[in-house]
Design a protein around this ligand. Structure first.
Ligand code: DGL
Length: 284
């Protein structure tokens, strides 16, 4: 029995229930965007932990505790599945969340690792991510499970998350910092670079410009939405009801600064985000 089957067989949720998605902040919206594109019939409950971002510089214990609280919060909506739209939480908490959760749950690391292992031609893959994700070696472990002959170069880019959270997506400061971080990845002949933090696709054009055309950028958000679709299809859980005309099927929650989140969310997802509410996540 595969890990996926194992998860699916636990309980049979309602196919029309929403999908819970979470991240430390706005980064998971890159995954939400892909879910909306690829499986538009699905309803989403999103939680961004804007009060406690960034996760990437925190300890495993803390990230696990935060993730467990968020899963408890999302489950109050009777979600049919949970997407951990955060590489750091996927790296630190996935094993524990899978054990504790009786509905299907997927992270973003495995789908990204699978895609990178599949597309590299020369077996040299770079990963940029938070300190936590790089330190956990999770991408290296997953990619090596698929192909032992691949060499993986990890680079932590801790300033990218605050730059993205501040909305400095195309800004000379972001450009300068990206040049410094990426300098050591430029001359080592990688042909694939994983954007190993869900915030990073928002600065994809900056990263792409610096790395050049010969390096293929892998966005795990895209792969995760595809894997989610397969998981729901296999489990016979895909929603068959398209949202009714005029109905807003999605809900967005944060732990702080709901207005700021809403403005940002609307700047990157052009429809479907009408409001965002703040909740006290510490009570879950
Ligand atoms: N967007 C998250 C990730 O993918 C977390 C970044 C952070 O909070 O440090 O790793």
């Amino acid at each position: 029995m595969t890990a996926t089957e194992n998860r699916i067989n636990r309980i049979k949720p309602d196919r029309n229930a929403p999908i819970g998605v979470f991240d430390s902040g706005v980064g998971g919206l890159t995954v939400v965007r892909e879910i909306m594109r690829q499986i538009p019939n699905e309803k989403i409950i999103y939680f961004g932990d804007t009060a406690r971002v960034p996760y990437g510089s925190k300890s495993r214990e803390t990230v696990v505790r935060f993730s467990e609280q968020i899963v408890r919060f999302l489950r109050t909506f009777e979600v049919k599945t949970i997407v951990v739209a955060c590489n750091t939480a996927s790296a630190y908490a996935m094993d524990i969340l899978e054990k504790e959760t009786d509905i299907p749950i997927i992270g973003v690391v495995r789908p990204g690792a699978r895609e990178a292992a599949a597309v590299t031609q020369n077996g040299r893959i770079g990963v940029i991510a938070t300190e936590a994700t790089i330190g956990s070696q999770i991408y290296t472990d997953y990619i090596r499970e698929l192909n032992e002959n691949v060499t993986i170069y990890g680079k932590a880019c801790p300033l990218f998350v605050p730059l993205v959270e501040e909305g400095l997506l195309e800004d000379p400061v972001t450009d300068e910092i990206a040049r410094r971080y990426l300098a050591e990845l430029i001359d080592i002949d990688i042909d694939t670079l994983i954007l190993g933090c869900t915030h990073y696709p928002l600065i994809r054009s900056t990263v792409g410009k610096i790395m050049g055309d010969r390096v293929r950028l892998v966005n795990p958000a895209y792969e995760t939405a595809r894997e989610l679709q397969n998981l729901l299809a296999e489990a016979d859980l895909l929603s068959r009801n398209p949202p009714r005309l005029g109905e807003n099927p999605h809900q967005f929650y944060v732990s702080d600064k709901a207005e700021k989140f809403l403005r940002f969310a609307n700047s990157i997802i052009k429809y479907g985000i009408l409001s965002a509410k703040a909740v006290n996540i510490e009570t879950y």
